[in-house]
Design a protein around this ligand. Structure first.
Ligand code: AMP
Length: 225
């Protein structure tokens, strides 16, 4: 685990749907004892519980589009003020637009550097991965369907995400290219931006990610960025 003289480890995972952001964010967060903040998980939970937020978000998510910036910025700025995020966090799925990235920069005032990692995977691999992806209908964990139809964590039945169906996946990738990919330009000039090859076995991605993030954060620490 990285202990960084009281400087927070703030991480953003970028990448298209299916790049492995969620899985890798979870692993990194656990290893470094940081909260993983996944905006997709927060929204899916709200939909499942049929809250006001869930009712606003459901149709947009089902169509493969993005929920409004104002709503998303409100969710994340609220979440980042909680105690567990004071010494850092791993953001998965936020920011997704340049407006959200600008808002995140403002939220970061006085909170230490932001390390941004872009996980790159070829489009044909993404489409195959998303078609095969299942989540647990009970606890929402990601799951592999090769060996079992039940969740390894809670035994729940595995289901396909409503937005992982064929046509919706194409729409989500289109939305990614139009609205989220510009974030690579937004961040790429920063010394704490890193690119990772996500088309490798998950354990190899985890190791490269660890090296990249820890390298970037040490640099940021030294340079007081
Ligand atoms: P994810 O699990 O990250 O793929 O997110 C699932 C869906 O939630 C997305 O397709 C969007 O509809 C919505 N969503 C998640 N994060 C955001 C965000 N930062 N901005 C807008 N919509 C989001």
């Amino acid at each position: 685990m990285v202990q960084r003289h009281g400087v927070a480890l703030n991480v953003v995972m970028l990448g298209p749907p299916g790049a492995g952001k969620g899985t890798q964010a979870e692993r990194f967060a656990q290893r470094h004892r940081l909260p993983k903040i996944s905006t997709g998980d927060i929204l899916r939970e709200a939909v499942q519980e049929d809250t006001g937020l869930g009712r606003i978000a459901k149709a947009t998510m089902d169509a493969g589009n993005l929920v409004g910036d104002e709503v998303m910025i409100g969710i994340v700025s609220g979440r980042l003020t909680r105690d567990d995020a004071k010494s850092g966090f791993v953001l998965d799925g936020f920011p997704r637009t340049v407006v959200q990235a600008g808002a995140l920069d403002q939220m970061m005032t006085g909170r230490g550097p932001l390390v941004v990692v872009d996980i790159v995977v070829p489009e044909d691999v993404l489409v195959r991965r998303l078609a095969a992806r299942r989540i647990c209908g009970e606890c929402g964990s990601n799951a592999l369907v090769e060996w079992t139809t039940n969740c390894g964590k809670c035994g729940g039945v595995l289901v396909q995400r409503t937005d992982d169906g064929d046509g919706i996946v194409r729409e989500r990738l289109k939305v990614y290219h139009l609205q989220t990919k510009p974030l690579v330009d937004y961040y790429s000039g920063r010394p704490t931006f890193r690119t990772i090859d996500g088309n490798q076995p998950p354990d190899i991605v985890t190791a490269s990610l660890d090296r990249a993030i820890c390298g970037a954060s040490t640099l940021a620490d030294g340079a007081r960025l």
